[in-house]
Design a protein around this ligand. Structure first.
Ligand SMILES: CCCCC/C=C\CCCC/C=C/C(=O)SCCNC(=O)CCNC(=O)[C@H](O)C(C)(C)COP(=O)(O)OP(=O)(O)OC[C@H]1O[C@@H](n2cnc3c(N)ncnc32)[C@H](O)[C@@H]1OP(=O)(O)O
Length: 300
């Protein structure tokens, strides 16, 4: 199916019609073909695949802040699915092509003043992104080269490994509480799996955005590197992970993540309905509008 048709199908149903979001057969190593690099791109994500290494880089390119709009989420899922089905690809590095921003999280304009149908479509796309990334058979490394609040932090947390650039201006965390909204249970579960219950509990209640050193200290990111070394370090970490047999790593990953994935899969529609009733409340709409105004005022 062509990408635009896929996008339409996903926008309609919130689900990509290809394969399953999880539980695929183990990947096979790439065939020993001559070294080759391929690139493909859509409006929101640039993908470069180094076939000789079996590693792709997905660069978010949705300026000004890589917010996770319905379009972005659709194109992200299409790109990931392409790589997932490509036998030449065993690992993917997620990073940003927008300076100083990894991702500003869910696009707030998608959650303000829209119809119930739109909220349902948007939320299914958010779920789909997380299900596909959390269950990916590929090794996933986040090279966090900018600020990464809320949904942006979720993308990083959903990867197997996180490396963050040491820059005093960058922050990362699930700051939903600061917006007057609540991180859904599967955001929380993903966070708990990375940092543990106690740290997650206080960080979520306070809606904390952590500096890079603090994020490293609490285990939110696995390591910090100077910005100019981020790409090389992500590549080195990827090589280390890919040195292991795929099947053993994949089965271990599935074992570690299955309970959390199953929970959303079993309650997906209920979660959509919860999102709709929560986000449609006038008090929540007001909080989001005020937050957007605050972002705009900060500029002037
Ligand atoms: C009990 C049951 C519960 C069920 C659950 C129900 C529902 C709730 C779940 C919802 C989960 C939500 C997750 C999220 O991800 S919410 C989004 C959170 N994101 C943020 O708080 C980030 C906000 N943005 C910033 O802090 C900054 O923009 C920045 C990312 C640090 C970048 O700063 P800077 O470079 O200074 O850029 P500007 O602030 O000037 O922004 C440039 C323009 O981009 C617009 N913008 C920024 N972020 C967003 C966004 N997330 N969505 C949409 N638009 C965004 C900003 O307004 C500027 O626009 P302008 O140029 O038109 O003024």
């Amino acid at each position: 199916m062509a990408a635009p048709a896929l996008a339409r199908c996903m926008a309609r149903t919130g689900v990509l019609p290809l394969g399953q979001a999880w539980g695929r057969a183990p990947r096979l190593p790439p065939s020993p073909l001559p070294a080759q690099r391929r690139a493909f791109s859509n409006n929101k994500v640039l993908v470069e695949l180094d076939e000789s290494a079996g590693v792709a880089t997905m660069k978010f390119k949705s300026p000004p802040v890589n917010s996770l709009s319905l379009d972005f989420l659709t194109e992200f899922c299409i790109s990931l699915e392409k790589l997932e089905n490509d036998r030449a690809c065993r690992g993917v590095i997620l990073t940003s092509a927008v300076p100083k921003i990894f991702s500003s999280g869910l696009d707030i304009t998608e959650m303000c003043g829209k119809s119930t149908e739109h909220y349902a479509e948007f939320w299914r796309a958010v779920q789909e992104m997380w299900l596909r990334l959390y269950s990916s058979n590929m090794v996933t490394v986040a090279a966090v080269n900018g600020s990464s609040p809320a949904g942006g932090c979720l993308i990083a947390l959903t990867c197997d490994y996180r490396i963050m650039a040491e820059n005093p201006k960058f922050s990362i965390g699930l700051n939903e509480a600061q917006l007057g909204i609540v991180a859904p249970f599967w955001f929380k579960d993903t966070f708990v799996n990375v940092v543990g219950h106690r740290v997650a509990e206080s960080s979520l209640q306070l809606g904390s955005l952590h500096s890079a050193p603090e994020a490293h200290r609490i285990g939110l990111v696995d390591e910090l590197v100077p910005e100019e070394k981020l790409k090389d370090r992500a590549t080195a970490v990827m090589q280390q992970w890919l040195a292991l047999p795929d099947h053993a790593r994949q089965l271990t990953k599935t074992m570690m993540r299955k309970a959390v994935l199953d929970r959303l899969v079993a309650h997906r529609e209920e979660d959509v309905q919860n999102f709709i009733s929560f986000i449609s409340k006038e008090s929540i709409q007001k909080s989001l509008r005020m937050y957007m105004e605050m972002l705009k005022k900060k500029k002037s």
